[in-house]
Write a protein that binds this ligand. Structure first.
Ligand code: GUN
Length: 291
């Protein structure tokens, strides 16, 4: 049996946060200002609250200022846009995010397009999406950027490899495909995007040297879908019932981890894989926004 590499996103994220902390201290010593990230959260989706809480805590760890703006579920779209404009105009805020998903009565795109691109540290504005597709410098969406960072830091060879991405979302699958196919290191992959209409999915995923699962379905990727020796990146964060836990539930990915470790050459765990990397990349974008 070949050795399997655990792609430890938690440890890597902590290492990046240490680097950011040093960069902040250096900047402060040179008379610079402390980076400030703000986050808007609408409603009380428990998962979203937990994610935003992690982001705010991470700001404290690296020495950034942070603000949390909590808004009610029944806020009108124009009221939310007014909050966005206030942050656009607030000179003390370097970057901010609007945590997704938003309530159904609000159009995500209208809100995201109201964010000033210079402060859009999620990289969701069409300006950033367009610049990414042209290979121009931009704020990169944190999840795909975190995956690229993990591949780089673990020295995973990507050039000429076939990367298969399951999921075509605008925040993970689509930017992931652009980054992996770029003429860069890491990059230079041949990329296939699979989605809900893909026919005979296992026959495609079995060709993947690098398989990225971003669909939000627990244990969707089974061992028969994995080529022996593949690198597996699990973006899923799904809560499933587990009677052995005090809370009655636990987090699990889109990949059947126990089965995948038998065939993969490297894999990200859930939790402790892609999730922590996303936070590190958001902080990195915020430091850049504050420069
Ligand atoms: N919801 C899920 N992932 C993200 C993210 O990276 N940023 C924001 N704002 N919302 C999300």
């Amino acid at each position: 049996m070949q050795l399997m590499t655990l792609l430890d996103g938690k440890a890597t994220s902590i290492a990046i946060q240490e680097e950011l902390k040093i960069a902040v201290t250096e900047r402060m010593n040179n008379g610079g200002s402390r980076p400030h990230l703000a986050a808007i959260i609408v409603g009380d989706n428990p998962a979203s609250r937990a994610y935003v809480g992690h982001k705010i805590k991470a700001c404290e760890r690296v020495g950034f200022d942070s603000s949390l703006i909590e808004l009610p579920d029944n806020i009108r779209e124009d009221e939310l846009i007014h909050e966005v404009q206030m942050l656009n105009d607030d000179k003390s805020v370097d970057g901010f995010i609007v945590q997704l998903p938003l309530p159904k009565h609000i159009d995500d795109q209208v809100v995201l397009q109201a964010i000033h691109p210079d402060k859009d540290v999620d990289g969701f504005h069409p300006i950033h999406a367009g610049r990414l597709s042209l290979g121009l410098p931009s704020f990169l969406p944190a999840t795909p950027a975190g995956i690229m960072e993990l591949l780089e830091r673990y020295g995973i060879e990507t050039s000429g490899k076939h990367a298969v991405i399951i999921g075509r979302s605008s925040i993970v699958g689509t930017p992931m495909a652009l980054l992996l196919s770029r003429n860069a290191q890491p990059g230079n992959c041949t990329v296939t995007i699979c989605h809900s209409r893909t026919q005979d999915l296992p026959s495609i995923t079995r060709q993947a040297d690098i398989l990225i699962a971003a669909i939000g379905k627990p244990h969707f990727v089974t061992s028969d879908m994995i080529k022996p020796g593949a690198v597996i990146i699990d973006v899923g964060i799904n809560r499933i019932p587990d009677a052995t836990k005090k809370s009655g539930s636990r987090l699990t990915g889109d990949v059947d981890y126990q089965a995948a470790v038998q065939v993969a050459s490297a894999i990200t765990p859930v939790p402790g894989g892609v999730g922590p990397m996303t936070i590190a990349m958001l902080l990195k974008n915020t430091l850049e926004a504050s420069a």
